[in-house]
Write a protein that binds this ligand. Structure first.
Ligand code: ZN
Ligand code: ZN
Length: 143
């Protein structure tokens, strides 16, 4: 699956055969993902970096975000021409990238929601999605 930023300078290819054969990706309700997405939540895919090929990487700028709810610094990459968010990287998930799914033509059915405690009150939990209170794969809402 290939996605591009708004101006097309950055192209991202994910080499993963299971993107649509099972649930993949997650919704993040943290304030930083909301701001980055410019929306009510972020739509992310946590994936092995080796499965990701980026064309036009020279056109990425990075913002090192220290003010995160999890306390882990996150490097946020975006297209320096059009400002489109592309991916995040954090030591919390070594060897993995967090791709911003909005750049792709189709978004897989999400597998989980993170920072569910921060979900907007008018949103409901997505059916069949695991609900993590804070970080992905951390403590669940019903634990
Ligand atoms: Zn761009
Ligand atoms: Zn987030």
């Amino acid at each position: 699956m290939e996605g591009t930023c708004n101006c097309g300078a950055v192209k991202v290819n994910v080499n993963d055969s299971e993107l649509f054969s099972k649930r993949r990706g997650h919704i993040c309700h943290c304030q930083n993902c909301r701001k980055t997405a410019g929306s009510a939540y972020g739509s992310n895919l946590l994936v092995e970096t080796e499965k990701v090929t980026i064309t036009g990487e020279d056109n990425l700028s990075v913002y090192k975000d220290f003010n995160t709810l999890s306390g882990n610094p996150v490097s946020r990459y975006f297209c320096k021409t059009c400002g489109n968010p592309i991916k995040s990287m954090t030591d919390l998930y070594a060897g993995k990238s967090i791709l911003k799914l909005g750049i792709f033509p189709q978004i897989p059915h999400p597998e989980w929601e993170s920072f569910a405690l921060k979900r907007q009150e008018w949103l409901v939990p997505m059916e069949g999605c695991a609900q993590y209170k804070i970080k992905s794969l951390g403590e669940k809402m019903d634990d």
